[in-house]
Design a protein around this ligand. Sequence first.
Ligand code: PHE
Length: 450
Amino acid sequence: MNLNDQQQNREQWGSKVGFILAAAGSAVGLGNLWKFPYTAGQNGGGAFVLVYFAILILVGFTLMLAELILGRHTQLNAISAYRKIKEKWAWVGGIGILASYLILSFYSVIGGWVVNYIVKSMTGAFNTADTEVLSSIFVNFITNPIQPIIYQAIFVILTLGIVIGGVSGGIEKYSKILMPGLFVMMVLIMIRSVTLPGASEGIKYLLLPDFSKIDGNVMLAALGQVFFSLSLGMGVIITYGSYLGKDENLPQSSFTIPLIDTIIALLAGLAILPAVFAFGFDPAGGPGLIFITLPAVFSQMPLGNVFALLFFLLVLFAALTSSISLLEASVSYVVDEWKMSRKKATFILSFVVFLLGVPSSLAQGPWSHIKFIRGLDFLDSMDFIASNLLLPIGGFFLCIFIGWVWGIENALKEATNDGKISFKLAKFWAFLIKWVAPIAILIVFIQGLK
Ligand code: PHE
């Protein structure tokens, strides 16, 4: 099959809403619900949120559009997309796919924790607001050498099952139902959380920036979080864009997706940080934050058990719509380039990613004393390498590629469907992708490494 046949036979999204929801489904996930609140908590709250917004606007939206353009133009996976335009640039797509794979390895570990919490809420295991009890339930589980690995395996199997179903049959179908459900649920939990006695401290902590807290580390964390949360820099959005029809409005999508993503992240922040203060947890408490804080919130709600169960189910679905996109990035490469069947590729890649995730799981318990880079354990090191190093590097070269190598004119032609739709911000976007985004990424990257 040559490239052209391949492009003609390529699967497409079944509908416009389907694509937006699937792309938003990729963006909205553990990054919003689990990572955003605790990263904000560790990096000065409002200071972090402020920097996050700045980067979101200057870099997030800009790169989102760039990736959609590249994907739809070439109708190929990330590596082949670069290669098709400029042979020598394929490695940038490679960095992205590598990052997505590393992320998937630890993502599945956290996904497994969520599965376990679904089971726990069915058995009413944490029907208490006692912070000590809730912390020890969490710690006992994640430090166990075997149990979390079993749950991680369950999460990988769920991901695999959906990816085998293919683009419109699998990914799209699930996203359509579950994303709106998640939104409603988050609003309800947030309302309970911000009305807890003592919650106002948390709201202030999240929304009032303390400028003195902004430093290189906070900026690097915010940059990494924007990439992570928007699924940027790793070929996922390129891949999803490649399944898009030629009449889709890309500039509009590149605005809608970050908007949905940010709303959900803020809702999660507002659901968790006020509760952290109300119950006297530590805002810098790290990855356990949602697993320890929210059960306390649920215990203060009528029908708390039901809420807990529903909530963790929705978190699981949000995580799955992200993990399938992470897996899809490498599956589509192997299917396109190595001509492997989708089924076989999915099985092999899932198995390897499961093995790669095992050390991340063990790093919570038996291997917690082993430090890799920057004094971080295995899971946090994988996250740091992928989110804070590979993604910005991939993102920087994406800007250079679109802005300078392939050229703005070609990019805008694709963005406007050959001039058929208007894109009012075209000039501004061109300026952002050529100058502002790459320079911002570079500065933050260097500052953060110091
Ligand atoms: N954006 C997803 C989240 O916030 C994670 C993800 C990263 C998904 C990269 C795909 C690619 O949970």
